[in-house]
Design a protein around this ligand. Structure first.
Ligand SMILES: [Zn+2]
Length: 419
């Protein structure tokens, strides 16, 4: 009995901001029907196709960077909330999540998504907020709608949430932020092999206070306030399942995660337990598809990269293959926590950098997330502290602009450049 009391006290210490004894399953997305608990035969078929495909000449390291345009549907409570208040999260909070997705999926050096594991992958998949809506008009990539329901449930309310606002899933990754979910879930996603059955609900749903690392994702959402719920759910959307296989036990050959380099694990891991040993090997608690705390996670494996890029490129899932950024379909601005801003112009090759010292010599070095230098700009900023940057010679993708100015500390800005 004493040990049980000790365990509960320990749980209370680990999760200081949640009610004692509450377990937060990160998401109810799994390979079983949520009601019948039957294993989904569509998944088994999908994994057979995957194995067959990778046994051919598939190389996940070819094809270059894939950029996915995202629309974030903010579904907030109908109480006249202004953007940035409560469940009606701010644009800055949305942008923080896009930044985190890119850090994690690109294993960005110097970010929390970086790791030095020899099987850690830069998936070469990036995300941007869409700047064209389905009818071709300009958009911020963020929509706002209201609901009067404060206790949404999965799967009961799945179709209801998505009926509020839904953009063509062949062109966008739809993400919804919602007020709450199942009392204590963080988010969920729809696997790609469910699309034919459920074409009106494709995408990812996240409770607002677990989205990004700004605004309502504050210390009260700790330990799930670093944006990794979305990294995890987008992994499901790209065909990844939980690394323990959604069943407690070892060596279930009929229930693999179909990824050959994620170690077999007894069950999910909570908290942060590096070195936890089960099923004859060390659990990969840092994997985004486990249930560890946000700050514990930092890895997709090379095998998981293979699965995600198979889903995006093989043609077996044409509605995923078509979700690619094209010219003008993405906002170039990702996020700036400092006072520098990149502003698009009517010419897709020219961006305005805002926030420089007025009339001051500047030098801007542009590097890829890998650290490789792409090019430089030099000049004198205009009277209003702006500079025109011609980006036509650069490759598309996520870059870092390192800005040096006379008599000022260096600054850096991350951006996704599309042209
Ligand atoms: Zn999950």
């Amino acid at each position: 009995m004493k040990s049980w009391i000790g365990a509960l006290l320990l749980l209370w210490v680990i999760l200081p901001h949640f009610s004692m004894g509450q377990i937060y399953p990160r998401c109810p997305t799994e390979n079983k029907d949520p009601k019948s608990r039957e294993i989904d035969p569509l998944e088994s078929f999908a994994f057979l196709k995957f194995q067959k495909f990778i046994a051919s000449s598939f190389n996940a390291d070819t094809g270059g960077i894939i950029i996915i345009p995202v629309v974030v549907h903010v579904i907030h409570l109908y109480n006249d909330e202004m953007p940035g208040a409560e469940t009606n999260i701010s644009n800055a909070q949305v942008l923080s999540q896009i930044r985190i997705l890119n850090e994690d999926y690109r294993r960005l050096l110097g970010s929390p998504g970086y790791n030095e594991n020899p099987i850690g992958a830069d998936t070469e998949i990036e995300f941007c907020l869409a700047n064209q809506d389905p009818s071709g008009g300009f958009t911020t990539g963020i929509t706002r709608d209201t609901t009067s329901r404060s206790n949404l449930k999965y799967p009961e309310d799945n179709a209801y949430i998505k009926s509020k606002s839904y953009w063509p899933p062949e062109q966008y990754l739809n993400i919804w932020t919602i007020p709450s979910l199942n009392a204590n879930s963080l988010g969920y996603a729809q696997f790609p092999w469910k699309f034919d059955q459920q074409p009106l609900t494709d995408g990812v749903v996240i409770v607002h206070r677990f989205f990004g690392d700004a605004g309502s994702a504050d210390f009260e959402s700790n330990p799930y306030n670093k944006g990794r719920t979305t990294t995890h759910e987008v992994g499901h959307w790209l065909g990844l399942k939980h690394i323990w296989g959604d069943i407690t036990g070892c060596g279930f050959p009929d229930l693999p995660d179909s990824i050959d380099d994620t170690p077999d694990a007894l069950t999910s891991n909570y908290g942060c337990k590096p070195g936890n040993f089960s099923c004859g090997s060390e659990d990969m608690v840092e994997n985004y598809l486990d249930y560890s705390n946000d700050s514990c996670m930092n890895i997709f494996t090379l095998g998981q990269k293979k699965m995600m890029r198979y889903i995006l490129t093989s043609g077996d899932y044409p509605f995923r293959s078509s979700v690619r950024a094209s010219e003008g379909s993405c906002n170039s601005i990702v996020e700036s926590k400092i006072d520098l801003r990149l502003i698009p112009t009517s010419d897709p090759n020219i961006l305005i950098l805002q926030g420089l010292e007025p009339s001051t010599p500047y030098s801007i070095e542009v590097v890829f997330s890998s650290g490789k230098r792409v090019g430089t700009f030099q000049g004198i900023s205009r009277l209003d502290g702006t500079a025109l940057l011609r980006i036509e010679d650069f490759f598309k993708g996520m870059v870092i602009l390192r800005v040096a100015e006379q008599n000022k500390a260096p600054r850096a800005l991350k951006a996704v450049l599309i042209f």
